[in-house]
Write a protein that binds this ligand. Structure first.
Ligand code: PHB
Length: 393
């Protein structure tokens, strides 16, 4: 008798609970293990911090439930299976996360088929957004940084060597830099593609040293690969040989600068985010990050991609009061804006669903005892040049 009463009151409590709460289910595909897990850590820390500071701003009774899945690194088959499970079994309202281009490309067709919005927090190959009308991206494209980098470099250097990781973002960085550096009058004396993930760059860097270019343009993925690249560049003495290292900001990623010794000093990169940016929104972001994770912990562009995706998700959820409709969600994302992201003003291009943002010319300098990507020049409101040049939507 007593047991029945307890059971009935428990059921009542549960019923009241469900009636009052509107839970939005978010499938989060991220890299939590394996040699590239530091990039996934940036995403997770950013989501946790955003939730801690903003959860109370959600409409009353609305909750976000993150269903986390580990893709373990560049692993398209795994990513596809995880997305399938999240869509079919978990019936998620949207998918987000995804550090790696090959994984995002494998997930994309499923989002189109099932009409599930997919907000890319990192993967940066230009064509990804063209693979499904249900994709929007809050991160960047490699064309956005590498194309203006080539224009900048052509005004300063006669010759350049181009070395990139042999997968989507590397190919984009290579194509973009080659195109703008050559049209600016520069000569590319060599191109090499290196397998990802690589930690031994010596054989490639030796070839570059022998070719004696004025500049070496490199893309390798942020995180430990970037630190390994910098170590190789220092050990082989390319800097002393007069070769200037340049690239997209992935190679001087903020959280790894403390692990790179003095080699990055003077390296110039083009990028949309620096932890050293002096915008008030960035000062607050970095201060909150260090309060949560310690004074030696630095957010990077991957955390900012996740941070801004979270703001977009909050806006989508708030405007629909927690009951998400896929087409309504995409309509809100098209043209979504944040005038004061830590990286500066950003918006989602309604035509391409890709991000429009500033690019900054940065140089690694010592600031208050730490190495920092100091922003020197701003190129405002850059759209993905690959889509602009090729008229892609
Ligand atoms: C990507 O897979 O698109 C990617 C990964 C790491 C980066 C940049 C792009 O640093």
């Amino acid at each position: 008798m007593r047991a029945t009463k307890i059971a009935i009151s428990l059921m009542a409590a549960l019923w009241v609970g469900t009636a009052a709460a509107q839970t939005v289910k978010i499938g989060l595909i991220n890299t939590y293990s394996g040699p590239m897990a530091s990039n996934g850590d940036q995403i997770q820390k950013s989501i946790d911090l955003f939730m801690k500071l903003n959860e109370s701003k959600l409409p009353k009774g609305v909750k976000l439930e993150f269903i986390k899945r580990d893709d373990t690194g560049i692993n398209p088959e795994t990513a596809k299976r995880l997305a399938q499970e999240l869509i079919v079994r978990e019936k998620v309202d949207l998918i987000t996360g995804v550090v790696w281009t090959p994984n995002a490309a494998a997930i994309a067709p499923l989002t189109a088929e099932a009409k599930v919005p997919f907000i890319i927090m990192n993967a940066g190959t230009a064509m990804l957004t063209t693979l499904s009308p249900y994709i929007a991206r809050t991160s960047f494209t490699l064309w956005q940084s590498s194309y203006p980098m080539g224009e900048w470099a052509a005004k300063r250097y006669k010759t350049a060597y181009v070395a990139v990781s042999d997968f989507g973002p590397g190919h984009d960085a290579q194509d973009a830099f080659n195109k703008s550096f050559k049209s600016g009058g520069g000569t590319v004396v060599g191109n090499v593609r290196m397998p990802p993930p690589t930690s031994d760059f010596a054989p490639y860097l030796q070839r570059v040293k022998d070719a004696k270019p004025d500049a070496l343009f490199v893309f390798v993925p942020a995180g430990k690969s970037a630190t390994a690249l910098m170590k190789g560049f220092g050990e082989l003495g390319l800097g002393q040989a007069g070769i200037k290292l340049i690239g997209p900001g992935d190679i001087t990623t903020d959280e790894e600068l403390p692990n790179m010794g003095d080699v990055p000093l003077g390296v110039v990169t083009m990028f949309h985010y620096s932890a050293a940016g002096d915008r008030p929104a960035n000062k607050t972001f970095v201060a909150e990050w260090q309060k949560a994770y310690g004074a030696k912990s630095w957010p990077n562009f991957i955390s900012v991609g996740a941070w801004d995706a979270m703001q977009a998700i909050f806006d989508v959820v708030t405007q629909q009061k927690g009951k998400l409709n896929a087409d309504k969600t995409m309509a809100i994302l098209k043209g979504w804006k944040n005038p004061s992201s830590p990286r500066g003003p950003i918006s989602i291009d309604p035509e391409t669903r890709d991000i429009i943002q500033n690019e900054y010319v940065r140089e690694v300098r010592r600031v208050g005892g730490n190495l920092a990507n100091v922003e020197l020049e701003t190129i405002k409101a850059v759209k993905d040049p690959w889509k602009e040049i090729n008229n892609k939507k």
